[in-house]
Design a protein around this ligand. Structure first.
Ligand code: FES
Length: 200
């Protein structure tokens, strides 16, 4: 065997070895899903309800959970936050969420706080313009986008603003308020996201 043949055979073996290692890694990642979840189970998991414990969520704090691959925010609003929402009723585009029927605006979201209990906001954390994730801007005061900011959410993608009830401000690119997912209270400290059949 010539030196050239020896080098090219070693290179080929290295390439094959690297390919196999990659294949094993990929198979290792795929196995739990492929082996342990049937398609019907995967579909069920994607649509499953999620139970949240909010007992340790202090006023002013926000929790994020995943439901159907989307972020859902639970914000424990303070009295000051609720007052800020009321103060901006005439600045938001759809103050009582009356624009759209159906799952965008559930009956219990059709009020100025857009919630079952005023102190808790539960919304899908995706901008209704093109789906970016708005940022928390809870501190009132001067902001580059509003000199009289009362607190809420700012979407940096194209500048949509939402108040602390997820209501979009007038003349912003987002067409609708943040979506309220179906949900219900199982107790004072537990919320079920994705199901409201037992009543809210
Ligand atoms: S995606 Fe939020 S403003 Fe465009």
């Amino acid at each position: 065997m010539s030196d050239n043949q020896g080098v090219s055979r070693r290179r080929r073996n290295l390439v094959i070895g690297a390919t196999c290692a990659g294949g094993v890694a990929a198979a290792g990642m795929a196995t739990p899903f492929a082996a342990f979840m049937l398609p019907s189970q995967r579909a069920k998991a994607m649509g499953a309800s999620v139970e949240i414990d909010i007992s340790n969520l202090a006023p002013g704090e926000k929790k994020i959970i995943e439901w159907r691959g989307k972020p859902v925010w639970i914000l424990h609003r303070t009295k000051e936050m609720l007052a800020a929402i009321k103060a901006d009723d005439n600045k938001v585009a759809d103050p009582n969420s009356e624009r759209k029927p159906g799952d965008v605006n559930l009956a219990y979201a059709k009020n100025e706080f857009r919630s079952i209990k005023p102190e808790y906001l539960v919304v899908v954390g995706s901008c209704t313009h093109l789906g970016c994730s708005p940022q928390d801007k809870f501190t009132p005061g001067r902001e580059s986008f509003d000199p009289d900011w009362k607190g809420g959410f700012y979407c940096p993608c194209h500048g949509a603003l939402f108040d602390l009830a997820g209501r979009v401000y007038k003349n912003k690119p987002a067409p609708d308020n943040l979506k309220v997912p179906p949900h219900m209270y199982l107790s004072d400290s537990r919320i079920l996201i994705g199901d409201d059949k037992k009543g809210a």
